[in-house]
Design a protein around this ligand. Sequence first.
Ligand code: NAD
Length: 329
Amino acid sequence: KKLGVALVGLGYYATYQLAPALEKTANCRLVGIVTGTPSKAETWKKKYNLPDKNIYNYQNFDQIADNPDIDVVYVVLPNSMHHEFTIRAAKAGKHVICEKPMAVSVKEAEEMIAACKAANVQLAIGYRLHYEPFTNEVMRLAKDKDLGKVTFVEASFGFPLRDLKAWRLNPKLSGGGPMMDVGIYALNAARYATGEEPISVTAQTVKTRPDIYLPGIEETLFWQMKFPSGAVSNHTTTYNSGLQRLYVGYENGNLEMAPAYDYGPLKGKTSKGPMDLPIVYHQVLELDGICGSILENKPNITPGEEGLRDMKLIEAIFKAAKTGKEVKV
Ligand code: NAD
């Protein structure tokens, strides 16, 4: 059986990555959409052969509860809308996949987890890299210690933001700047590269264009983390420059990936040689992984709790940047 997925929010990521991926997945397929734009409903209906009864808007979305075609709701809206639509989907009895960052605060993330638990549905966060071979190798090295213990991580992700009218620059919709958008990948990478949870963070921001980057939207953010084993990490996220790398220093060698977080192809090497790993369609593996877990009634590997850990760290990093002090986590 293939699970039926409804995409909520038909923007860039849903249109150009998730919908095409759902044509290649084995455990699920696109059966419905939720959109506020009637013209998009028409286009998608024709393109993906969707029945009228599986097309919803943000107002009548809750009626999805009565639709047996739809097993999973995938929330691909601006960050501050993740909370509302995840909870509404859970209350409608649907499993939920929610894009990263899972919410704009720890409190929201906790409420989303609680709502999915109460409704007895799975919650998965769209951490596509966790389903991808290069990232799995970085995780394996932390566990098997082929190159020894991790001593240092440098993980950074930035891009030049060109659409200056984007919701990404509205703090009410984004909950922050590049940290909420792509910095979260670098943060998550430090956690999977060490296999540890940070114990403290420090952070600094630099703003050169306050007319564009309003209060609540950082422009460039540098941060550092300390881990229980003694490993330390250093990070940059920015809307000013393309930057995408992961460096892991081990007792007996190192690993370097660039690009480290893109849809692909990813590239990397360790001190032992090139990382010769398959290039995959991240979103296909992610969707099949999550939907496979749902079908087998097993926990998925990127649950709400994984999203919550990043949210707690992001709040600590923002606090550290604001106060200039080290924040214990
Ligand atoms: P986008 O701007 O292209 O799409 C957002 C969609 O939300 C649009 O269809 C828009 O019409 C709709 N929307 C509904 N209410 C809105 C409102 N009040 N303001 C603005 N738009 C509104 O954004 P996107 O790049 O598709 O990002 C959507 C989500 O997906 C974000 O949370 C982002 O972090 C995440 N994302 C994840 C990845 C990944 O690789 N996992 C990649 C890109 C985006």
